[in-house]
Design a protein around this ligand. Structure first.
Ligand code: NAP
Ligand code: ZN
Length: 377
């Protein structure tokens, strides 16, 4: 039994996305012996939180507590928990709560889970929030005091990685790290990052860390140029402000990661900036379809691909890379109480580049584990 309540910011309808979430208690999933309870210290704010709060991808099962970049201290660990997690450990949970793990003989065999690609589970992945666990209970996310998670999807935060960095890495970071690795980002590669927001800024940091020759920020406006260069971009393209940008950059990139969250984007032109045999990986998830003509694909033998978050194994690998290469995400800390204001600010495109909510009351035990740091790192 636990002596804590699960409380968080409840989205009760579509209007909650406009800064109208309401603080209240919620019932976590029923406890199972491979679960872990986490006292949340940090919770990143992802673009997906807005899509979900406004039912942009389809009806959200309200009430919904969003947040799938969760870091905190393990306060209860089930007897059958995986991964040697102990009470008091600093741990994280990303956007996935469960998958079939290829364990149910009555289900179709799942090559994805069998090969540690759980986010592509063919029997249905369970989202950290706005979804339903295998036992039928609703899943609730991290804009909250506590989170209950399946231990398989709980990743230890290594010593040397600040919790405010670990949190947004759990979704924003892994969603771009995974395709950069899968499509061979490294020396000799010219990489374009479309949309220099939360995910996009991580993509710039990782493409640099992996040794790409060129890492070019492709954003709409000139306004972010200086910050993008400071972040590590070797060049910058402002698509809404630079006439003829697509022609000027035609056939330039081996790999493009597009994090654009709206269907209102010049996909044809993005594709035309790919070199022969190049690949554009779309990770941004607009609410409307993106119209494309096949010609830029046909003429350059180019590819259009997609990618969904990443596995717990890849998250652990990415965490270690951040420690080894001393990668500093740009995060801005916001108190949990200000979550409504923070989501409105995200919609306006204000973060540079990721907001992370912090729970003051839950911060104390953490100080012994890892020292929190300042804004704008
Ligand atoms: P974000 O911080 O708001 O960044 C999104 C970026 O998209 C903005 O910074 C902006 O870049 C660009 N953008 C927005 N509207 C645009 C438009 N009309 N035309 C062109 N560019 C536009 O959000 P985020 O947290 O990075 O999330 C980005 C997207 O990824 C969301 O759709 C989210 O749901 C999705 N996502 C997908 C996965 C996955 O597994 N595939 C995981 C996490 C998130 P500029 O201002 O630089 O132009
Ligand atoms: Zn996310």
């Amino acid at each position: 039994m636990s002596d804590y309540k699960f409380e968080g910011w409840l989205g009760n309808d579509k209007e909650s996305a406009e800064g109208n979430m309401v603080w209240g208690e919620f019932e976590p999933k029923k406890w199972e012996d491979d679960d872990v309870d986490i006292q949340i210290t940090h919770s990143g704010i992802c673009g997906s939180d807005l899509h979900t709060l406004r039912s942009g991808w389809g009806p959200t099962p309200y009430p919904c507590v969003v947040g799938h970049e969760i870091v905190g201290v393990a306060v209860r660990v089930g007897d059958k928990a995986e991964g040697n997690i102990k009470v008091g450990d600093l741990v994280g949970v990303g956007a996935q709560a469960d998958s079939c793990m290829n364990r149910k003989p009555e289900q179709q065999e799942c090559n994805a889970c069998k090969t540690n690609h759980e986010s592509y589970c063919i029997n249905g992945m369970v989202n950290t929030y706005g979804g339903f666990h295998k036992n039928g209970d609703k899943s609730y996310g991290g804009y909250a005091t506590h989170h209950r998670a399946k231990s398989h999807f709980v990743v230890p935060v290594p010593k040397g990685l600040k919790p405010e960095y670990a949190a947004p890495l759990l979704c924003g970071g892994i969603t771009v790290y995974s395709p950069l690795r899968a499509w061979g980002c490294g020396p000799g590669k010219k990489v374009g990052i479309v949309g220099v927001g939360g995910l996009g800024h991580f993509a710039v940091l990782f493409a640099k860390a992996l040794g790409a020759d060129e890492v070019v920020g492709i954003s709409r406006r000139e306004a972010k140029r200086d910050e993008a260069i400071k972040l590590g971009c070797t060049d910058y393209i402002a698509t809404a402000d630079e006439k003829g940008w697509a022609k000027k950059n035609a056939n330039r990139f081996d790999l493009i990661i597009s994090t654009v969250s709206s269907a209102d984007m010049p996909m044809q032109q993005y594709l035309s900036t790919l070199a022969f045999d190049g690949t554009l990986v779309q990770v941004g998830a607009p609410e409307e379809p993106i119209p494309i003509s096949p010609f830029p694909l046909i003429l350059g033998r180019r590819r259009l691909a997609g990618s969904a978050i990443g596995s717990p194994k890849e998250i652990a690998e990415m965490f270690q890379l951040c420690v080894d290469k001393d990668i500093h995400p740009w995060v801005e800390l916001r108190p949990m109480e200000d979550a409504n204001k923070a989501i409105v600010d995200l919609e306006k495109g204000l973060p540079r580049f990721r907001y992370v909510l912090t729970n003051k009351e839950n911060g104390e035990p953490l100080r012994k584990v890892n020292s929190p740091s300042q804004h704008r790192l």
